[in-house]
Design a binder for this molecule. Structure first.
Ligand SMILES: O=C(O)CCC(=O)C(=O)O
Ligand SMILES: [Fe+2]
Length: 346
């Protein structure tokens, strides 16, 4: 199996190999125009944590609206330095620049291998291959990192820790926005114990026929929320489905993109839907995106929050499922819309 990087750098590639070509490319779908009135909400994180009750309550309301309307928002003034973000991007580039032979040491097959390098989504089940390579690392509660790359481990550890801190505060705000106490999600999901965090670094090399391939097909993420950033090469790639159209996500410099995961949808009993999104590729530049999926401890059973249920009017809409089992379910099937969540709807 070739990585896309190897394929793209192999010489004169003027068309995409058959195994990557879709019958219906991403450009055939309805895409919102650049100047759309559909603006993805921006949340000023500093107002959530400033200590001012008024600022906090306004921000909590804005978060609630963003979750209801989009399942997606961008976070600014989050306090993670651009130095750390740049180091993380650089370290990721250095990893993918290793020889194929070296990277193959991490070519694990199994979902819970601590470090896994690979291509597409799951080559055992993907009908068409996706134009992306990835590095997936389980970074919490037990930290792992590829060795022999100067500084990668330290940078990764710090970056992931900062993402967990952001997630923790955002989850408090989300909890409040659902009319629950700020610590409700943290308690119900046992997040103080050993929350699970998966780091996913995506690499999308330039593609000679971007309109024929998909970087990542439409899907929602597992976990409570995903925090994502991308290298700033002036090309987008991430798109979110909103009111029937694909809306390109163009985050302001230094912003994080946050999206609700399937476990937020389950926990909120469908009030906050996990966001359907996809990644398209381009002919010019390599795009890197770095996502951390924040979830509960692997053995936590996630089910709708009892406080949000009303047996007569609002019964549970999802069955409880262990986070670990859900991850196994998603990974062993094709990545296809919200098909995994559909399996546990009641
Ligand atoms: O590359 C992106 O922006 C999207 C990545 C993504 O959706 C994922 O890793 O789950
Ligand atoms: Fe995703």
């Amino acid at each position: 199996m070739f990585s896309v990087k190897e394929l793209a750098e192999s010489g004169y590639l003027t068309s995409v190999p058959y195994s990557y070509a879709l019958e219906k490319g991403p450009h055939e779908d309805i895409i919102a125009s650049e100047h759309t009135d559909q603006e993805i909400p921006i949340i000023d994180y500093s107002l959530l944590t400033s200590g001012s009750a008024e600022h906090r309550s306004k921000t909590v309301q804005a978060i609630g609206n963003a979750c209801l309307e989009w399942g997606f928002f961008m976070v600014i003034n989050h306090g993670v330095t651009s130095t750390l973000r740049d180091e993380m991007i650089r370290a990721s580039e250095n990893f993918f620049d290793l020889s194929e032979e070296h990277k193959r040491e991490y070519a694990g097959e199994k979902l819970f291998d601590p470090i896994r390098w690979g291509t597409s989504f799951n080559i055992k089940v993907d009908k068409t291959l996706f134009w992306r390579d990835y590095l997936k690392v389980h970074v919490h509660p037990k930290f792992s990192a590829p060795q022999n790359l100067a500084g990668f481990s330290e940078t990764m550890q710090e970056y992931c820790k900062r993402n967990r801190e952001l997630a923790r505060e955002l989850l408090k705000g989300i909890s409040e926005s659902l009319g629950l106490e700020e610590g409700y999600i943290e308690k119900a999901m046992n997040l103080k114990a050993n929350p699970h965090q998966l780091l996913v670094i995506n690499l999308y090399p330039p593609c000679p026929e971007p309109e024929l391939v998909m970087g990542l097909p439409p899907h929602s993420d597992h976990g409570l929320l995903t925090i994502l950033m991308q290298n700033e090469v002036g090309v987008g790639g991430l798109q979110v489905k909103h009111r029937g159209k694909w809306v390109p996500v163009n985050p302001p410099p230094n912003a994080f993109v946050v999206n609700m995961g399937d476990h937020m949808e389950i926990l909120s009993n469908g009030k906050y839907k996990s966001a359907l999104h996809r990644a398209v590729v381009n002919a010019k530049s390599t795009r890197i995106s770095i996502a951390t999926a924040q979830g509960p401890p692997l053995d936590t059973v996630v089910s709708p929050a009892p406080k949000l249920l009303d047996l007569e009017n609002r019964p549970a809409a999802y069955r409880g499922i262990k986070y670990k089992e859900y991850l196994e379910l998603q990974q062993s099937n094709q990545l296809k819309g919200k098909s995994c969540l559909d399996r546990i709807r009641l």
